[in-house]
Design a protein around this ligand. Structure first.
Ligand code: GRF
Length: 196
């Protein structure tokens, strides 16, 4: 069985990366993480290292501009034969030079029920402040319009009156961790690129 080769972009803790790494340990899971790219040093890179997965930091300071950085990252992913790019807590906006090369092959996980709280890095605190009764998480295709690409799957999470950002994040991430491997598995059974 040939398995979908996944590249994961990270900036932070890497808990979503970790669930994909673990899913790929099952030889019958149809995808596996083959490359991890980060825009800074972060704990997610240690998870990749522990799992003996290739990894590289593409710090902006190494490049003349964002376009050059993203082109270098795209080249590295292509050299690793990556067929699907997963943004899992990657906090930089991808340049068109990158999205064009992987059109229909990039997905992102966002901690809200998109289109609610789109284009924000603090979707969880915004959900609490705005007083909504529920929020959740969304996996969507990445396009040049930030957080606007086609939605692939969502999970709902109740917002409780006593929630803090931390308590709500914990429940949203629990849903992310069960949703992301399911969506990646589904994509592995589809013809790529996905419609954008
Ligand atoms: C996730 O909550 C995801 O929705 C958001 O960034 C967070 C990344 O968490 N885009 P982790 O690094 O996977 O733990």
């Amino acid at each position: 069985m040939s398995r979908l080769r996944v590249g994961v972009l990270v900036s932070g803790r890497g808990s979503n990366l970790q669930v994909l790494i673990e899913a790929g340990r099952d030889p019958f899971y149809p995808a596996r993480v083959v490359m991890v790219c980060a825009n800074r040093e972060c704990p997610a890179l240690d998870l990749a290292k522990k799992a003996s997965i290739s990894r590289e930091v593409f710090r902006l300071a190494r490049f003349p501009d964002r376009k050059a950085r993203d082109l270098a990252m795209a080249r590295t992913l292509q050299q690793h034969g990556v067929e699907l790019v997963v943004c899992a807590g990657y906090d930089a906006i991808l340049e068109h030079a990158f999205t064009r090369q992987f059109a229909g092959r990039i997905i992102n996980i966002h901690p809200s029920l998109l289109p609610e709280f789109a284009g924000t890095m603090d979707a969880i605190s915004r959900a609490i402040e705005s007083g909504v009764a529920e929020t959740g998480c969304t996996v969507h295709v990445v396009t040049d319009d930030v957080d606007q690409g086609p939605i692939l799957a969502q999970r709902r999470v109740e917002v409780r009156p006593d929630d803090t950002v931390e308590s709500l994040r914990e429940r949203i991430q629990a849903e992310e961790h069960s949703l992301l491997p399911v969506v990646v598995k589904r994509i592995a059974g589809q013809v790529l690129p996905l419609p954008v």
